[in-house]
Write a protein that binds this ligand. Structure first.
Ligand SMILES: [Zn+2]
Length: 467
């Protein structure tokens, strides 16, 4: 059985066959770094991470490129309100993006090309587009893509060609399906751009958003590659524009499989600052939720299904993770050094898990099988019918599945040496039954924002605001 993915281009589930056997080249549209990424952005990055991990689990080698959009209308507007350079302005948002990804256990891409480091590649593409008469410089000095020069324009979104208005131009980075017009490849400098400009054959200016992804994808992955992802709102115009630019330059198909994830709703509503349901990861951590819980919640629905992200959902994940952790420590106590055969109930769960994931990454189904396995495993433990070798094999299976899911292991807390010292002192006082001193050390922990919990496998440090 092979993996099947729903390809937005064909509107069908297709058996996945990469261009080069065993090897997958993947491009995912990255963040626009003018602000902190919000939880809706992370739904897309999470789905991409899951897909990549699953491809690796199924034996593929994956090369993953994710761009950083560090120049576009929004970034320039936000930067203009400060007296920083574009690089200075975007740096902290890039850093926090990396940090958030780490908290969510997202595996880093192989390359994170920044748009501002690839303007020459974009200019080179635009030069070719003008030579091939797919683009023209208008009176306002900007260069536009002539959409009626590309007969397949809009094929990904399947837009109505009747509504197209070539010759009419849009120069904002985002436009709507009912306003299909020639779009800007290069924007001539205006006063509002301030210090942000590059020299080009068409004078001072900057690239449009869509050309960024075409230039960087081709540079790092070649003219035709396997998978391109994003959220559904990237389909039009962004991805159709990427296709028009790239295929007009190379004369080759740009991408074999287009995958898009659905929107995220928060507490049943479209997320917005005015509705009071706008979350960044930082907000959620401040409320006491963990990256592990957020990751689980974001993966709880299949990526093409609507996902309603709620605090109640996060609390349910916490309970489920507690069950999982308890199961794991139960197995730990039984397990021997060497793995034996997997018990039949676990082998069945693994096969079912894989079958669901092969079916366009059905995490909902896959997770149901995982928790069935936990129940079956608990029954086996209670019946004392699990051998040390079997317990080890189940633990190994959990590790294997976690290479895909990335939230089955409790988060390792990095403890700084001072805290470790305190922890050692506390153990020492407790061993001596010196409760007064042990309590003093405990208070010291709370003063530093930590709490110590004694578990069956020894003391565990937790941040005070976490349960
Ligand atoms: Zn893009």
């Amino acid at each position: 059985m092979s993996i099947r993915f729903y390809n937005t281009m064909t509107r069908e589930r297709e058996a996945f066959e990469p261009i080069n056997p065993g090897e997958v080249r993947l491009y995912t549209c990255g963040p626009t770094v003018y602000d902190f990424a919000h939880i809706g952005n992370f739904r897309a990055y999470m789905f991409e991470d899951l897909m990549k991990r699953y491809l690796v689990y199924r034996g593929y080698r994956v090369t993953h490129v994710m761009n950083l959009t560090d120049v576009d209308d929004k970034t320039i507007r936000a930067c203009a309100a400060t007296d920083q350079s574009l690089k200075e302005y975007t740096r902290p948002f890039i850093d926090s993006f990396y940090e958030d990804k780490k908290t969510l256990n997202i595996i880093p891409a192989d390359v994170y090309p920044a748009a501002t480091d690839h303007v020459q590649e974009m200019i080179a593409m635009i030069v070719i587009l003008i030579e091939k008469e797919h683009a023209y410089q208008a009176d306002d000095g900007s260069v536009y893509y002539r959409i009626d020069s590309f007969p397949d324009y809009g094929k990904l979104a399947r837009i109505d060609r009747e509504g197209m208005r070539s010759g009419v131009r849009v120069d904002t980075d985002e436009y709507e399906k009912d306003n299909v017009a020639d779009f800007a490849l290069w924007k001539a400098w205006t006063e509002a751009d301030g210090e942000v400009f590059w020299e080009s054959p068409w004078g001072k200016g900057r690239p449009g958003w869509h050309i960024e992804c075409s230039a960087m994808a081709i540079k790092y992955l070649g003219e035709t590659f396997d998978i391109h992802c994003g959220g559904v709102d990237n389909i039009f115009p962004h991805h159709d524009d990427e296709i028009a630019q790239s295929e007009a330059v190379t004369g080759k198909p740009f991408v074999k499989y287009w995958l898009h994830c659905a929107h995220l709703r928060v507490e049943g509503k479209k997320m917005s600052k005015s509705a009071g349901n706008f979350h960044t990861l930082r907000n959620l951590l401040d409320e006491g939720y963990s990256g592990r819980e957020v990751r689980f919640e974001l993966l709880s629905a299949q990526y093409r299904k609507a996902l309603n992200f709620t605090r109640d959902g996060l609390k349910e994940r916490r309970v489920a993770l507690g069950r999982l952790d308890a199961f794991r420590s139960r197995l730990d106590k039984i397990a021997g050094e060497d793995a034996g055969d997997l018990p039949a109930w676990a082998a069945t769960s693994e096969a079912d898990f894989q079958q669901e994931m092969d079916d366009d990454l059905n995490t909902q189904g896959a997770l149901a099988h995982l928790f069935e396995m936990v129940s079956a495993g608990n029954r086996a433990c209670e019946g004392a019918s699990l051998s040390p070798g079997e317990a080890r094999a189940v633990l190994d299976l959990l590790d294997r599945l976690d290479t895909v899911l990335g939230f089955l292991q409790a988060e390792a807390v990095e403890i700084d040496p001072e805290l470790q010292d305190l922890l050692d002192q506390r153990q020492h006082f407790r061993a001596e039954k010196n409760w007064a001193e042990a309590d003093r050390v405990r208070d010291e922990f709370s003063a530093r924002g930590w709490v110590v919990k004694d578990t069956s496998v020894g003391p565990e440090l937790k941040k005070l605001n976490q349960s």
